[in-house]
Design a protein around this ligand. Structure first.
Ligand code: ADP
Ligand code: MG
Length: 306
């Protein structure tokens, strides 16, 4: 009896997740104002996550055929590990996250999750398994509660509020005219870039997906808030497969591997210590950021004493 019940229960769970993800995708494309370009293969199957290993194998990609953006990218995010991608603006970092979420198909090579080519699985199941905090978060013209619950529709009010608290946005929401029931958008609550990022982080905390993709998720936050939220993000990332695109290098020093992307190619890879010792692109990026921080601190001190 139990043996029969469990798979049925599991199927029910998978079905519910898929259904939600279909709603999500439709909404997402509505918001973006365009048709979904990528269609499921006729024989597409649900993605089955066993460990949650992500593999890029010689991935090539171009938005426009004449201008290659990714020129043969190979790496693996072992199950439960954190891989960071850093590099100059325009290197192709966000493109990597968009390809994993399958907003576009690769033009060469393949992307595998637990051995399954993501082109052969149902998109809904793929997106149900990935929690993505994008560089620019789009919010829905609905209540702030709805916008956070989007992470997981069956979450209770208390869970929504706890996620908001962890993302350091709870206080801001409570100050709004109708609190969590305040409408977001043109005629309602207007959110800054940093506040939108915190809503996206709250969604992801709530979703607690097996695979996490953070694309400069805290870039619009001040260092203090970033530090506060980092703890919540670290907790979500713990034992989950995480791909972290980092703006501030200080947030990824502990990554299992750091990949330095430059003009669509992997220029360097290794741990923080190894890359620093190597004295290449990563080391110079690191030194530049340290100098900028030191200069900021000095300015702040001068302002204090004047
Ligand atoms: P990064 O995140 O490293 O700053 P992106 O992956 O966003 O870089 O972009 C890599 C390159 O692809 C950039 O030169 C960018 O201008 C180009 N690009 C990004 N999105 C599009 C798009 N939708 N259409 C055409 N080119 C794009
Ligand atoms: Mg980017």
């Amino acid at each position: 009896m139990i043996q029969l019940y469990q798979p049925l229960n599991f199927m029910g769970m998978v079905y519910r997740e898929i259904k939600q993800a279909i709603i999500d995708i439709e909404k997402m494309f509505n918001v973006l104002g365009r048709e979904a370009e990528i269609k499921d293969a006729p024989d597409a199957k649900p993605l089955v996550i066993s460990a949650g290993t992500v593999r890029f194998e010689d991935v090539r990609f171009a938005y426009e055929p004449t201008r290659p953006i990714l020129k043969g990218i190979s790496f693996e995010v072992p199950a439960g590990k954190t891989i960071a991608i850093v590099g100059p603006s325009g290197a192709g970092k966000s493109t990597i996250s968009r390809l994993l979420f399958r907003l576009y198909d690769v033009s060469g090579g393949k992307i595998l999750i637990d051995g399954q080519d993501i082109r052969n699985v149902m998109q809904a199941s793929l997106r149900a398994s990935i929690g993505m905090v994008p560089q620019d978060t789009v919010l829905f013209n609905d209540t702030i509660r709805y916008n956070i619950r989007y992470g997981r529709w069956d979450a209770s009010d208390a869970e929504v509020e706890e996620a908001a608290r962890l993302a350091q946005i709870d206080h801001f929401i409570r100050m709004a005219p109708k609190g969590y029931e305040t409408q977001v958008g043109e005629r309602g609550l207007k959110l800054s870039g940093g506040e939108k990022q915190r809503v996206a982080i709250a969604r992801t905390v709530l979703k607690a997906p097996p695979i996490l993709v953070l694309d400069e998720a805290t870039s619009a936050l001040d260092t203090h808030t970033e530090h506060e939220i980092q703890g919540a993000l670290d907790r979500v990332a713990k034992n989950r497969t995480s791909l972290v695109i980092a703006h501030r290098l200080s947030t990824i020093v502990g990554a299992d591997e750091i990949i330095v992307l430059d003009q669509g190619r992997i220029a360097e890879r290794g741990t923080h210590a190894k890359l620093l010792a190597q004295g290449g692109l990563y080391a110079s990026m690191w030194n530049r950021q340290r100098e900028a921080e030191a200069a900021r601190e000095k300015l702040a001190k001068m302002a204090d004493t004047s």
